[in-house]
Design a protein. Structure first.
Length: 134
């Protein structure tokens, strides 16, 4: 019983100390015309409130995203900040998707944790991506 308890404690400690690092999609970040951090004030609307523009030039505090709820809704709880790679679309902006993504899979967005922001900064520096002007 003591060995089992120690094993359980060890597993929990390992789990807590080796938290999964944020993993951003390099191809998605490379392909994006704009990269923003944003919140979704109303989960029933396709509008994001822009907190910061990391790449590109957007002069708006809110953006409407055409694929925020299609083909599969993107899970962005209200009040949480996300890293959102965006591309130009016929009808405005959309979350950048990759050809190999399944149609039933929601477009990828990332919780804007300190680790994810650091990874984004490193990725933008590594890739030496020019600021795309919009």
């Amino acid at each position: 019983a003591i060995v089992t308890a120690l094993w359980g404690i060890t597993v929990v400690v390992l789990w807590l100390t080796t938290a999964n690092p944020a993993v951003l999609s390099r191809p998605q970040i490379t392909r994006a015309d704009f990269i923003i951090t944003a919140t979704r004030p109303d989960p029933d609307k396709k509008i994001l409130k822009v907190e910061k523009v990391w790449r590109g030039h957007l002069e708006t505090a809110e953006v409407t995203i055409s694929n925020l709820d299609k083909p599969t809704p993107v899970k962005m709880p209200a009040g949480e900040t996300f890293i959102v790679p965006l591309s130009r679309a016929r009808n405005g902006l959309k979350i950048t998707t990759l050809r190999e993504q399944q149609e039933r899979t929601p477009p990828l967005v990332y919780r804007a944790t300190p680790e994810a922001i650091l990874e984004l900064q490193k990725l933008l520096t590594e890739l030496d991506l020019p600021a795309k002007q919009g």
